[in-house]
Design a protein around this ligand. Structure first.
Ligand SMILES: O=P(O)(O)OC[C@H]1O[C@H](OP(=O)(O)OP(=O)(O)O)[C@H](O)[C@@H]1O
Ligand SMILES: Nc1nc2[nH]cnc2c(=O)[nH]1
Length: 191
């Protein structure tokens, strides 16, 4: 197959499209079995946009039970007085979550701040259960104790793109997950 310009921007592929496909089959089955064996008839899946849209869409079609879906948009804002960024919800969830079985889905667990903050916020709606699923868990970067319930792949501490994950809004549509060539990780024209 001919390599696209986008694919040739990768220094290496960490997880290829076939491996993603296979792991999603396993995750879909594990999640479906877990809820069904606990007598749950309907799931409420909340996707953190934008990064999780591709993962969530593919996972959702492997979850074989009734499912409602909503999205939550999160921005990592920077406080004027501090270099530390904090995630903040900038578009509210519209579905009711009280008494529901909620599965929060994101593409990557890195410092853990996004998932930790969202779990804290979603708990205030008093769901019956609240679990989390991430495609990638980056090693060696955690700044909080948060662990996801379901993890697709554990990856090394590198900045990755593809399958929903961007660099300067590019590469979300790559079918694989990979690491950019070093000279492309900070091009001046994208600053
Ligand atoms: O564990 P953390 O360190 O909090 O990082 C994880 C978050 O970072 C990315 O979002 P980003 O803010 O890049 O936005 P995006 O989803 O629109 O790409 C990613 O999609 C996760 O939501
Ligand atoms: N694209 C991308 N976004 C992230 N957000 C947190 N970690 C990462 C990463 O490795 N890649």
């Amino acid at each position: 197959m001919i390599e696209t310009a986008m694919e040739s921007d990768l220094a290496r592929i960490l997880v290829n499209a076939d491996a993603i496909d296979k792991r999603l089959d396993e995750l879909g089955e594990t999640i479906t079995n877990h809820y069904q064996s606990n007598g749950v008839e309907e799931l409420t899946l909340i996707c953190i946009t934008n990064g999780s849209i591709i993962f969530a869409a593919d996972l959702l079609r492997r979850i074989n039970m009734y499912a409602r879906v909503d999205c939550v948009r999160v921005s990592s804002y920077q406080n004027e007085d501090s270099p530390i960024t904090e995630p903040e919800i900038i578009d509210q969830i519209r579905l009711d979550l009280t008494g529901r079985h909620v599965l929060l889905v994101d593409d990557i667990l890195d410092t853990g701040k996004t998932l930790e903050k969202l779990v804290m916020i979603l708990q205030t709606f008093e769901p019956q259960t609240l679990e989390t699923c991430v495609l990638l868990e980056k090693q060696g970067r955690r700044q909080c104790r948060y662990e996801a319930t379901y993890v697709g792949f554990k990856i090394p501490n590198e900045f990755v793109v593809g399958y929903g994950l961007d660099f300067a809004e590019r590469y979300r549509n790559l079918p694989h997950i990979g690491v950019l060539r070093p000279e492309l990780q900070n091009p001046p024209e994208w600053q």
